[in-house]
Design a protein around this ligand. Structure first.
Ligand SMILES: Cc1cc2nc3c(=O)[nH]c(=O)nc-3n(C[C@H](O)[C@H](O)[C@H](O)COP(=O)(O)OP(=O)(O)OC[C@H]3O[C@@H](n4cnc5c(N)ncnc54)[C@H](O)[C@@H]3O)c2cc1C
Length: 381
């Protein structure tokens, strides 16, 4: 079915992203996987190409275009290219939304120019060793000081862009007795004394992505680095998480479609018992089933993209896109690996990387189980 949610401008933007990835990313990604991190220069190149801060005001170097569909196009193309080292979606689809919503004019002046140029890489630190799904269980504390600033103590883990980040939004408890109203967001900047990076974690996939532990010991965070209101952190998280979730769903579906396309090409070429492996009835049925499931997901996802662009996607719908597409991606990439045989287990094959790299998608941004909890809550359960 023809996709009908994009205009000629979106199509031109897709071409721009594809060219950027083919020129600046794909030829180097294997090396970045060995390095366990991407170079800062690729962020700066993305900034120069206009891929960061598309919805940020032009006066800060952004694109000045609030249309979510541009980010959807970008996330799809990054997913198709298997460019998992690029933490752009965290920067654009997550942190940018917090900064746009919560920053004072002074904070915007300070951070947005670097944010858009790729000189200021961002991260968000919610998860702790003892609290992931249950965000209200976080233990990092930010205690008010006489000068109005905060003294931050705590530990975070699994933080995307953790080694490269110049600005980290840290979720911390400013009032231990106020439940979810005691949680605030602080912008911690590179070089603040007491802010240390731990290990760049050894993951089963996404090897070029720097996912890290972060440590905060008596970090003095000035009052000017509080994002939004003190005690407003949990509400801000709840407002932004649907965007994160629809984005992960958009990305996951693109990965699954690409794996299916690659597998389709492979089964037509590879032969066994004197015939293409795609001619066995079992292979045909598998590919037909996957094509059907992908087409169904595509219809729902495009509707969700358009609804989100119109600011009409509900929290529950965002959760549906997330859990459905990420679980579908796990199923599809797993079947595709099987159809590739032993080659499907070799990281030099994109389908192998897609399988390993995607496995996290039904876990981060809220697990499948948490998405179902949210949907059930919307059903009054
Ligand atoms: C590669 C990677 C990148 C990440 N990036 C970031 C990042 O940038 N910033 C950040 O803050 N975090 C990040 N995370 C953390 C991620 O969001 C958490 O791992 C995730 O939310 C799950 O939390 P947890 O690991 O503590 O698992 P737990 O919360 O311990 O969950 C373990 C299991 O229990 C289940 N479970 C928990 N509660 C319930 C419930 N109520 N009902 C049913 N089942 C339940 C879960 O579904 C899961 O299956 C990242 C993680 C990884 C691996």
């Amino acid at each position: 079915m023809q996709r009908d949610i994009f205009t000629a401008e979106h199509d031109a933007f897709r071409e721009l992203v594809r060219e950027f990835l083919a020129r600046e990313v794909t030829p180097f990604h294997a090396q970045w996987e060995r390095d366990k991190v991407v170079p800062r220069s690729v962020w700066q190149q993305a900034g120069r190409t206009g891929l960061l801060g598309i919805d940020v005001d032009e006066k800060y170097g952004g694109g000045g275009n609030a249309d979510y569909r541009y980010y959807a196009v970008m996330d799809e193309e990054v997913g198709r290219a298997g460019a998992t080292g690029l933490g752009f979606f965290v920067h654009n689809d997550m942190i940018g939304q917090y900064l746009l919503r919560l920053c004072t004019p002074e904070q915007k002046e300070r951070w947005f120019p670097g944010y858009c140029s790729g000189d200021l890489i961002t991260a968000i630190a919610m998860t702790e060793p003892g609290a992931g799904s249950d965000l209200q269980g976080i233990r990092a504390t930010a205690v008010r000081q006489p000068d109005g600033g905060y003294r931050l103590n705590g530990q975070k883990t699994f933080i995307t862009n953790g080694q490269l980040a110049d600005l980290v939004i840290v979720v911390a408890r400013t009032d231990p007795d106020a439940g979810h109203r005691g949680i605030s967001l602080l912008a911690v900047e590179r070089g603040m004394p007491g802010f240390e990076r731990g290990r760049n974690l050894d993951k089963i996939g996404m090897h070029a992505q720097d996912t890290s532990e972060l440590f905060f010991t008596d970090v003095r965070v000035p009052a000017a680095n509080l994002l939004g209101e003190e005690g407003g952190g949990f509400v801000a998280l709840m407002q932004n998480l649907p965007r994160e979730r629809v984005t992960i769903g958009v990305y996951a579906l693109a990965v699954a479609e690409q794996a299916h396309a690659d597998t389709l090409a492979y089964v037509k070429e590879r032969t066994a018992f004197g015939q293409p492996i795609g001619s066995f009835q079992h292979s045909k049925f598998l590919l037909a089933e996957m094509a059907t499931e992908l087409a169904v997901a595509r219809a729902f996802t495009d509707k969700a993209i358009a609804a989100h662009a119109a600011d009409q996607l509900t929290t529950q719908e965002a959760s549906m896109v997330k859990w459905w597409n990420t679980e579908l991606c796990n199923r599809v990439t797993d079947r595709c690996v099987q159809l590739f045989g032993g080659y499907g287990y070799m990281r030099e094959y994109p389908v192998a990387r897609a399988w390993a790299d995607s496995r996290i998608q039904s876990i981060f941004g809220g697990t499948t189980e948490i998405q179902k909890e949210i949907i059930a809550r919307g059903l009054g359960l």
